[in-house]
Design a protein around this ligand. Structure first.
Ligand SMILES: Nc1ncnc2c1ncn2[C@@H]1O[C@H](COP(=O)(O)OP(=O)(O)OP(=O)(O)O)[C@@H](O)[C@H]1O
Length: 236
């Protein structure tokens, strides 16, 4: 079960490769910590004994082969899936933004890029209220961060795959969540789009978010503070 982390009361975890080399005084505040987490889907254990600490302003990468449970770990960190064993602790009042892979967007989604990004403000603004000037400024900032400001009036269905991925990322960034979870945000992106995604990740960490990214290629990330590597699926 999730429970609150007392601010600045935790020590680093072994998963924080570079963090382990830092002195305790330099360590940033943990936003979420998974300790000894196991989780199952459809009656099969897909995660076993996972430790992960994501800290404010840092990037944590999750790597592992197909089926090793990377996406499942994100849902556990988001609090959407309860661990079978172990526990997940989150700092007090942590907002969580989970950005799925772009394939989760229907092709004919009848909304604009700006509207998709604006949905990132719904939780704070309320579903039926018009966005405030501040909310609109945050949406504009998020669209700028992912390099989609020029396409804000385009329908999402008319975007290329890489542009859609960035539009989803803009929605996540616009949430201004303390924990930003990204599921393979770089897959099949060209160099320009990868740069835009890295810029947006930098924007989020500068704002103090803990960013956790599932990736198949650590080289595509311009900043990595720690890496969690998942074992191949056992099919046991
Ligand atoms: N709803 C489900 N019911 C049963 N098993 C599932 C379900 N969703 C995923 N799985 C299985 O759980 C395992 C982990 O899936 P997950 O999507 O977390 O892996 P992944 O590491 O993100 O994979 P990929 O690199 O292919 O995206 C896989 O073996 C998958 O088949």
């Amino acid at each position: 079960m999730s429970s609150a982390i007392p601010p600045r009361s935790l020590n680093g975890q072994s998963a924080a490769a570079s963090g382990a080399e830092r002195g305790a005084a330099d360590e940033k505040a943990p936003v979420v910590r998974a300790a000894g987490v196991s989780a199952s889907l459809g009656g099969h254990t897909v995660l076993r004994d996972i430790d992960l600490t994501a800290r404010a302003g840092e990037v944590t990468a999750i790597v592992g082969p197909n089926g090793s449970g990377k996406s499942t770990l994100l849902t556990v960190l988001a609090g959407l899936l309860k661990p079978q064993a172990g526990h997940v602790e989150r700092a007090d009042h942590v907002g969580v933004a989970l950005v799925p892979q772009r394939s989760s967007l229907p092709d004919q989604l009848p909304i604009t890029v700006e509207e998709l990004a604006s949905m990132g403000r719904w939780r704070r603004a309320g579903l039926w209220r018009p966005l405030s000037r501040n909310d609109r400024a945050i949406v504009t900032e998020a669209l700028d961060a992912v390099g989609l400001a020029d396409l804000r009036k385009r329908s999402v269905g008319s975007l290329s795959g890489g542009q859609r991925q960035r539009a989803l990322l803009a929605q996540g960034v616009a949430q201004r969540a303390e924990l930003l979870l990204l599921d393979e945000p770089m897959t099949a992106l060209d160099a320009g789009s990868r740069t835009a995604v890295n810029d947006a990740i930098g924007f989020a960490t500068e704002a103090g978010a803990a960013v956790v990214i599932v990736t198949h290629d650590l080289n595509e990330l311009s900043t990595i503070d720690s890496v969690v590597e998942l074992a191949p699926p056992s099919h046991a």
